[in-house]
Design a protein around this ligand. Structure first.
Ligand code: NAD
Length: 341
């Protein structure tokens, strides 16, 4: 029987389903060295965002055929190295989009109305509404960077608040902007110049790393707010700190950080920085969806059926690397989809 190792928490019912066809070990307490020690025994690995799948791990994972990332971002996985070894990488990009969108909106509204600060103040025995005079978002400009799944959901929901929505995303068709009734801006700077609230929804790539740094904060409107529920490192934290010190921007909402877990960060000293511990996907609904989706894909991969969301199909094919039942699965996919582009 093939073996699957689950090293980060996913929905228990989804794991139960896997146990019908596989030997499943659930080891949420594993240290890196222990993982390196035992990984050779497993055909499938299920992770979230913490486990680093790098060359070191993969060199030891001689039986591994598929890695399921419960969630979206895959910057913790060296996809190229996986592909060289014939290991499928799949993720669940659509399962938590609504949750991430709703946390973004919670941050936008909280920062504009000082809800968290006022709550703390009142519970400390004060009743001082004058300290917490906020701003409406109505008729303000929301600048969305990355109009993908989450960015689009934020756009349509914030239109209901009467915000003007603009977006910068050079990789999507104009048609999408039109369909969403979102104004396209041609450059990042054009967005930063006019947005009252800037919200980031891009993946973390070489191009987006430190995308918002010293120069960009200079361009942003005074009194603007920036939100990052995407990935740590897209905002340069040193630059953000400087702009807060200089009271250049009004505040920031951060769910993600350059280094995670993030415990001691000078940004935490600012009342106008609202922080959460990378919990964009942490709703019951999303957890169930993510768990079921990742288990279904790993199950399909190991049993030789079609995997919905393979991230490295083209690389695997290019490398002509084959691992037993997995290649059968690719052939099936190829037949289903026609030639690969
Ligand atoms: P997506 O792939 O659907 O959308 C990303 C968009 O960014 C795409 O439209 C792409 O064209 C655009 N983009 C890429 N590079 C860009 C650039 N340089 N400039 C402008 N736009 C660019 O992704 P998604 O599902 O909407 O997820 C967005 C982000 O949110 C990802 O980083 C994901 O990892 C993150 N996320 C975080 C949480 C959380 O817990 N905080 C949960 C889910 C997703």
């Amino acid at each position: 029987m093939q073996k699957i190792l689950v090293v980060e928490r996913i929905d228990e019912n989804a794991i139960k389903g896997l146990k019908e066809d596989f030997l499943v070990d659930v080891r949420y307490d594993l240290k890196k060295e222990d993982l390196y020690e035992i990984i050779k025994d497993y055909d499938g690995l299920i992770i979230r965002s913490i486990t680093k799948v790098n060359k070191e791990l993969l060199n030891r994972a001689t039986n591994l055929k598929i890695i399921g990332r419960a969630g979206n971002g895959v910057d913790n996985i060296d996809i190229e190295e996986c592909s060289k070894r014939g290991v499928i990488v799949c993720n669940t990009p659509t399962s938590n989009t609504i949750s991430a969108c709703e946390l973004t909106i919670a941050m936008i509204l909280n920062l504009n109305r000082n809800v968290v600060l006022a709550n703390k103040d009142l519970k400390n025995g004060n009743f001082r509404r004058n300290l917490f005079v906020g701003n409406e978002v109505y008729k303000k400009t929301l600048g969305i960077i990355g109009l993908g799944r989450i960015g689009s959901l934020v756009a349509t929901r914030m239109q209901a608040f009467g915000m003007e929505i603009i977006a910068y995303d050079p990789y999507i068709k104009d048609e999408k902007f039109d369909n969403l009734n979102v104004k396209k801006v041609e450059s990042l700077n054009d967005l930063l110049k006019v947005a009252d609230i800037v919200t980031l929804h891009t993946p973390k790539t070489k191009e987006t790393l430190n995308m918002i740094s010293f120069d960009e904060f200079k361009i942003m409107k005074n009194d603007s707010i920036i939100i990052n529920v995407a990935r740590g490192g897209i905002i340069d934290e040193k630059a953000l700190l400087k702009s807060l010190k200089e009271e250049k921007i009004k505040g920031a909402g951060l769910d993600v950080f350059e280094v995670e877990p993030c415990l001691n960060n000078p940004l935490f000293e600012y009342d106008n920085v609202l922080v959460t511990p990378h919990m964009g996907a942490s709703t019951k609904e999303a957890q169930i969806r993510v768990g079921q989706n990742v288990c279904t894909q790993v199950r399909c991969g190991l049993l030789g059926f079609e995997v919905n969301n393979i991230l490295n199909k083209e690389l695997l094919m290019k490398n002509k690397l084959q691992k037993a039942n997995i290649i059968k699965n690719y052939d099936l996919n190829l037949k289903n989809e026609g030639a690969l582009k």
